[in-house]
Write a protein that binds this ligand. Structure first.
Ligand SMILES: [Fe+2]
Length: 344
């Protein structure tokens, strides 16, 4: 039962058949609590929506200027936050189900509704949309906190060790740009961004002296440096990330010809995100200043990855990296935080 003092629900009825529209108006008047605006075409409904607020849309699926799922998609694009219910003809239950898969909250079958059914269906659709909105907001908030936590962890390493200051952040910037160039899914790019930000986390276990010392390291010291891939992966192994972050960290020094470490994996045995990190990592390292040497320049970095494309580095990743740098130059690295992948 609706609160009698609640403001009326503003319903936009999109229906080209005046008889059907009148029937719905009559049923909703009987149920009570609705303020109905009737439009008889998709175009006039969209024009009305552009100027007016609405709580729910009831949409006929055979309009003069739109039929079937195209009508649903057009209405969802025009009013993505508004709950949408479709009105289908008799025997069109399948169409109704399809509409729900296209993002509608529910469907009604013409000629088979009484006032109670139609009223309740609309109220539940509004409720369902509100829950969906809250869920999306909660997910976005959780992702934001996760990213802030990952950045804090990333910064911890960089505070301890100026050698890596900004390195992980810049690798993340380049890796995201490469991932986007390769057309990877948004979710994969979010994971790549996260993994890149902490890919050197295991260096927390390496004495800074080993990382900053110019010249060659002893074999024992080099082994300790190389252990950072495995140590970093072990640190995050217990975190239930929605991406293979531990594998990205563990494999970012693997090379497709099997000459990398720690496992000497080859080709596709290395996950795509790690193949991207490998390229972004080496380009950033060569083109950045180091405490013991100035930058070798972006051209030297590109020469390195191009020379070893197909042997050490994934050639597709190299091509994407070269294209990204050709388009953006050094601007791909900036002092700001990495560009947020679209989902974050
Ligand atoms: Fe590394």
């Amino acid at each position: 039962m609706r609160d009698p003092h609640a403001p009326p629900i503003r319903l936009l009825l999109v229906e080209d058949n005046p008889g059907d529209a009148r029937l719905i108006e009559t049923l909703l008047a009987e149920y009570g609590g609705f303020e109905i605006t009737w439009r008889n075409s998709l175009a006039s409904a969209k024009a009305w929506l552009a100027e007016n607020g609405v709580d729910v849309v009831l949409l006929d699926l055979s309009l003069p200027d739109g039929t079937g799922m195209a009508t649903v998609d057009a209405m969802r694009a025009a009013a993505p936050d508004v709950p949408l219910i479709v009105n289908t003809g008799l025997n069109d239950e399948e169409v109704g189900m399809k509409a729900v898969k296209h993002g509608c909250q529910d469907y009604l079958i013409k000629g088979s509704c009484d006032a109670q059914l139609i009223g309740r269906t609309i109220l539940y659709a509004i409720e369902r949309k509100a829950i969906e909105r809250e869920r999306l907001q909660a997910t976005a908030q959780m992702k934001k906190v996760l990213l802030q936590t990952v950045r804090a962890v990333s910064l911890t390493l960089e505070i301890r060790d100026p050698y890596t200051a900004g390195h992980q952040r810049r690798v993340a910037q380049l890796a995201v740009a490469i991932g986007q160039k390769l057309g990877l899914a948004e979710h994969v790019i979010e994971g790549l961004h996260t993994g890149a930000l902490i890919h050197d986390l295991g260096k927390i276990n390496v004495p800074s002296d080993f990382l900053t010392r110019p010249g060659a390291l002893s074999a024992a010291a080099f082994d300790v440096v190389r252990s950072h891939a495995e140590v970093g992966a072990e640190i995050v192994d217990g975190i239930d990330f929605p991406w293979p972050v531990a594998q990205m960290i563990r494999q970012h020094h693997e090379r497709i010809d099997g000459t990398g470490y720690p496992a000497g994996l080859k080709g596709d045995a290395i996950i795509p995100e790690a193949r991207i990190l490998a390229v972004a990592d080496v380009v950033e390292a060569i083109s950045s200043h180091r405490p013991y040497r100035p930058s070798l320049g972006i051209d030297a970095a590109l020469a390195e990855i191009t020379r070893f494309a197909g042997s050490k580095y994934d050639p597709e990743v190299v091509a994407a990296c070269v294209a990204v740098i050709a388009a953006n130059g050094n601007q791909v690295f900036c002092d700001d935080d990495p560009p947020m992948p679209p989902g974050l």
